[in-house]
Design a protein. Sequence first.
Length: 291
Amino acid sequence: MLRYAADIRTLIYMAITTALLVVQWSRDSFSPVLFTACLFMAVSVSVIAHNHNHLTIWKSKSLNALTDYWLTLFYGFPPFGWIPTHNQNHHKFNNREGDYTITYRYTENTNLFSLLAYPTVSGFHQLKPIRDYLQKQYRTNRHRFWFCISQYVLLVGFLVAAFVVDWKKALLYIFIPQQVSLYAVLIFNYVQHVHTDEESPVNHSRNIVGPVMNWFLFNNGLHTVHHDHPGLHWSKARAAHAKIADKIDPRLNEPSFWWFMIRVYILGPFSQKARSSSMRLERMAQSRLDI
């Protein structure tokens, strides 16, 4: 029933995520270890939602719909929202003007403030395409419209019921992980595109090439090939990246996500060498010189 056998790992992650909620909810005491695992799985949920949106896990429409509902509960937002904001917009414009998730909306600089503010700013600007998408579905595909609305209903009902039963556990084990999931995926998007060259055929995205993060998060760090082939299954991304890795500017093949974050956003304010340089601005400056 799976499209790719590699998604057995996806199912294991989904089972672990669900089990962590059940176990934590049933406990009388707070476990830092379980909660940390829960937050990591929340990040993985955002990656699963992204992957499932591009290439559904199952061959069965019914199982894919059930997966959408599952993702709604743990991702904290109806997964159909990826379609108008990500598939139809971000992959079309790829950080160019018109992209609702553009990284240089208010500043070309990247610093800790722009990094932390980006998810809120980007999330706000994604509300319009979601609204427009729902309006279009209501006019053209009423069945699809009600399926999307049912995801909202499920999410709200789930949260209300959980907070009524035990608001402290609901906050800790459901709401906070949901927010981490939503926040993390936008942080990833920012890191993958800030200071890249959106007009370049190969330098439009930053890659985290280290094997550890990519193993745990379904090759999510290999972003260039994802934009080049958005329907490519995550299990094939490593081989696809290897074919073009030498064509990508070395500055955009980062060995470690955490070292990039520390270097650019913690050490950067104190060291010019540690900072990220905008390839977009470099291209624009070169264009002016060529005129």
